[in-house]
Design a protein around this ligand. Structure first.
Ligand code: CA
Length: 379
């Protein structure tokens, strides 16, 4: 069970006509960094690092990989501390932590394969049999009639059986308010609707939007302000009845402690391929539990990131326990991404009555289509 080899892959899909934007940038490609850890027995595990694929690859290839060779896969807490401390003075947030996430998750995948157990069981056991996926979409595109396209997209998700959807805002106050109205009218009153500004606003602007869209029954308002602006988060939270969510741009137990202690969000959104991996997620869930603050895992990326987040969503505790605990909402990005939809030969997400049922595969439940990786590999 010792590590023999560490491989990194950058894969890229050109989006062309399918390019889309959110409040911060255009997506013209889907470019990802995948990590494979292989043991002396020839067993392999996969992890993914969100963020800049080239920076993440450089950190793993040059700094982390040499430290991993010869280590035992069950020494994952020890490994996490060693890797973190190696770049602690240089990278307590960002790519250094995203790269650790990929390593940690690949080790969980391996631990699952060696024990023939699903990762959620190794994390302490599934707390639920199903989770409620929400369609993440409603990005903007090059079009003269964005509103018509958003309505068309809403109908597509309704047809697919989604009971919850999250739309992008952050395109200007008046535009946002109009688009939220349009989408709410398109989906009717019974579907959950969330909005996500990707920190495009000051607190003052975010409050103006929040108060204007309260009447559209918004399940949460995600990243209204920049992640550094804890005071701004608190102002927005105090000024609206809409729950405030954030945390996808926060890292490790240290970063989340600040978010939790300040009580600046109603919903924490740790991403297992960003903030330090499943091991770190366990610690963040514990801290959130102490503060009785809801967590819903954030997910963005390939089938590996999706599977990783899913195991966290099944294993996560309830906030709080009760006879009828709240459903766990799970992010299911619906923008074009062949690495999410076609790379996993073992398992594909399917909705049953709008829910994702607990998968039974060992490890993360990921079997790579190596031809697909080879075809899209960035050399
Ligand atoms: Ca988001």
């Amino acid at each position: 069970m010792k590590i023999k080899e560490v491989k990194t892959y950058i894969v890229s899909q050109k989006l062309g006509e399918q390019s889309f934007c959110y409040s911060q940038a255009w997506y013209n490609t889907r470019t990802l960094m995948l990590l494979e850890i292989i043991t002396e027995d020839g067993v392999y595990g996969f992890g993914e690092a969100f963020g800049n694929a080239f920076v993440n690859k450089a950190i793993i290839d040059n700094v982390y990989a040499p430290k991993l060779i010869g280590q035992h896969i069950f020494d994952s807490e020890k490994i996490w501390d060693e890797l973190y401390n190696t770049l602690r003075d240089n990278g307590q947030k960002g790519s250094c932590i995203q790269a650790i996430s990929a390593v940690d998750n690949a080790l969980w995948d391996l631990k699952g394969k060696y024990t023939h157990l699903p990762v959620y069981q190794l994390l302490g056991g599934a707390r639920r049999d199903k989770i409620l996926p929400y369609a993440t979409g409603f990005y903007h595109t090059k079009t003269d009639n964005q509103e018509a396209l958003l309505v068309e997209e809403a109908h597509k998700y309704l047809t697919a059986g989604f009971k919850a959807m999250k739309m992008k805002i952050g395109f200007g106050i008046e535009n946002d308010i109009q688009m939220v109205k349009t989408v709410r009218e398109a989906i009717g009153p019974d579907i959950k609707l969330m909005v996500d500004a990707n920190h495009a606003y000051t607190a003052m602007a975010a409050i103006k939007i929040a108060q204007a869209i309260e009447k559209y029954d918004i399940t949460w308002f995600e990243e209204p302000v920049i992640p550094e602006d804890i005071g701004g988060y608190k102002e927005v939270k105090a000024a609206t009845s809409i729950p405030i969510a954030g945390g996808e741009a926060e890292f490790t137990r240290y970063g989340f402690k600040r978010f939790i202690d300040e009580r600046c969000v109603d919903i924490l959104q740790p991403d297992c391929s960003i903030m330090g991996g499943l091991s770190e997620a366990q610690k963040i869930f514990s801290m959130a539990k102490i503060a009785n603050t809801q967590c819903y895992p954030h997910v963005w990326g390939s089938a590996i990131a999706l599977q990783t987040g899913m195991h966290a969503a099944f294993a996560m505790p309830d906030f709080p326990e009760s006879l009828n605990p709240g459903e766990v909402l799970f992010e299911y990005d619906r923008t074009p991404n062949i690495f999410r939809d076609e790379m996993n030969l073992l398992y594909q997400v399917t909705l049953k009555d709008g829910y994702i049922e607990k998968p039974e595969f060992e490890g993360l439940g990921f079997e790579p289509d190596r031809d697909l990786i080879a075809k899209h590999l960035v050399k």
